[in-house]
Design a protein around this ligand. Structure first.
Ligand SMILES: NC(=O)C1=CN([C@@H]2O[C@H](COP(=O)(O)OP(=O)(O)OC[C@H]3O[C@@H](n4cnc5c(N)ncnc54)[C@H](O)[C@@H]3O)[C@@H](O)[C@H]2O)C=CC1
Ligand SMILES: O=C(O)[C@H]1O[C@H](OP(=O)(O)OP(=O)(O)OC[C@H]2O[C@@H](n3ccc(=O)[nH]c3=O)[C@H](O)[C@@H]2O)[C@H](O)[C@@H](O)[C@@H]1O
Length: 432
């Protein structure tokens, strides 16, 4: 099938390459000319395991190309909209300007019977509004939310755990076209749910809201553990053994960040307020607050461990990305904590296997270096993103570099007994 993918960021670039890899003919379109040039040369514009290989394979088959010209979408019959929906500058709601301008630019190039498929995460009600603009062209709108995780984006796109189609007018055609797009996943028995626009939009934001709530729940338990001497990791292991609860997403630490969970729970609250049901998800305000308090906790604990003043003290920050296996620094707890400590006068040296370039653009005044440069003569070490490169550090080697063997494990990810045996003063979060 001939597909276009509008918006080639973390979601769209992977989607375009993955769809081409299963035999579709795909054009990826983006307004960012540099990104398009990189993609056309087979280079991923961001770090995502497996993406470079997928891109070069798909480009070599001739099934995949990238363009800045919306007219190139005209040859396609299915058009995925995968542009950003960031938090508005002036409030909690989602900024829909990119979705609106992408659809405006696409519409002159669609033909009757084409299917426009929304993939971006949007406030409930968005699809219904877009359908009113799209229907007069004879094209059909479907909403097909995406559940991929960064770091596993290629795998999640090729082998999703479920497919959700939100359909309206032209439902039958939309469903059969999407079945054609996802024939490989469907042949592998991937569950499919066909529903209306509103449910499809809500599935996406409620899934992210649930995940965020699960993380903040365990971080609330970390706060209680910190004043009672309990160990939140043992607690998570124990409650997670109940299959109804499950152990995943119960890792306490510096909390969630990234381009999705934080902005999605805020946009959900804002949309619920508009709909007059703000009370229903008011708890997400608490989820957000608990999450942000974990960053304060690390700044406060660091200050306390450095005798009340971080000014002039060297702090090694291990990890900048919002999670391992990604170079994404959007709303990264690690970068936030590093910047706040630097603003308090600390001599922060931050390191990350993939995110330094992105972080330097956003925080040009922060100092970045190698693990060795960060650790050398450090007064304290903060592990803030649990990359394997960091969790596998030899504590004896690290102790030989630092001024003081003092560490905060902001992800409760280190083999702490080994660090304690190597004479480190070890502080987890929600555990002693
Ligand atoms: N990053 C992720 O893991 C996932 C993201 N999502 C959702 O997917 C959407 C996109 O997210 P990301 O890919 O992370 O964002 P991103 O910021 O990495 O990519 C968005 C892309 O859209 C392009 N763009 C903006 N306006 C455009 C226009 N008018 N025409 C063509 N291209 C345009 C930008 O240049 C950029 O390359 C968001 O709604 C997000 O919530 C959903 C699931 C997973
Ligand atoms: O809508 C999206 O964009 C995506 O958002 C999340 O994916 P992602 O942001 O890539 O990352 P997650 O693995 O969910 O992690 C989010 C944050 O939570 C943190 N986290 C995760 C798990 C945990 O137990 N504790 C914890 O603090 C991570 O460190 C990270 O900062 C969802 O997991 C995806 O299903 C969804 O498609």
């Amino acid at each position: 099938m001939k597909l276009s993918v509008i918006g080639c960021g973390y979601l769209g670039a992977v989607h375009a390459a993955a769809m081409a890899s299963i035999g579709h003919s795909v054009v990826g379109i983006d307004v960012d000319a540099d990104k398009i040039a990189l993609l056309n040369s087979g280079r991923a514009p961001f770090f995502e395991p497996g993406l470079t290989e997928l891109l070069s394979e798909a480009l070599a088959t001739g099934n995949l190309r990238f363009s800045t010209d919306f007219a190139d979408a005209a040859a396609a019959e299915v058009h995925f909209v995968a542009v950003g929906t960031p938090q508005s500058k002036d409030g909690l709601g989602a900024d829909l300007r990119y979705v609106n301008s992408a659809v405006d630019a696409l519409l002159p190039h669609v033909a009757p019977g084409d299917v426009i498929v929304g993939k971006s995460t949007v406030p409930v009600g968005t699809a219904e509004g877009l359908a009113e603009r799209i229907t007069p062209t004879g094209a059909i709108l479907a909403w097909n939310p995406e559940f991929l995780r960064e770091g596993f984006a290629v795998e999640d796109t090729l082998r999703p755990d479920r497919l959700v189609y939100g359909v309206g007018d032209g439902a039958e055609r939309a469903e059969s076209v999407l079945d054609g797009v996802y024939h490989v996943a469907l042949a592998a028995d991937t569950p499919k749910i066909v529903t209306g626009y509103a449910t499809a939009e809500l599935v996406k934001v409620s899934a992210n809201a649930f995940l965020a709530t699960k993380i903040s729940f365990i971080n609330a338990m970390a706060e209680i553990s910190e004043v009672t001497g309990a160990d939140v990791t043992a607690l998570a292991d124990a409650i997670g053994m109940d299959a109804r609860i499950g152990r995943r997403f119960l890792n306490a630490g510096v909390g969630f960040g990234g381009g999705c969970l934080p902005k999605d729970i805020r946009a959900f609250r804002a949309r619920a307020e508009e709909l007059g049901v703000g009370r229903s998800v008011a708890f997400l305000g608490e989820v957000d607050a608990i999450n942000l308090r974990r960053r304060d906790r690390v700044v406060d604990l660091t200050t306390a461990l450095l005798d009340g003043d971080v000014a002039g003290r060297k702090i090694a920050v291990l990890g900048i990305a919002f999670k391992p296996n990604s170079d994404d620094i959007r709303d990264s707890p690690a970068l936030d904590i590093a910047s706040r400590l630097a603003a308090l006068g600390a001599d922060v040296v931050a390191t990350d296997p993939e995110a330094i370039e992105n972080a330097r653009r956003m925080e040009p005044d922060l100092t970045f270096g190698t693990v060795e440069e960060a650790l050398t003569d450090a007064d304290i070490v903060l592990l803030l993103t649990e990359w394997k490169d960091f969790t596998g550090i030899d504590p004896v080697w690290a102790a030989s570099l630092v001024k003081t063997p003092l560490i905060i494990d902001g992800r409760n990810a280190l083999p702490h007994t080994q660090w304690i045996d190597a004479l480190w003063e070890y502080h987890g979060l929600g555990r002693r």
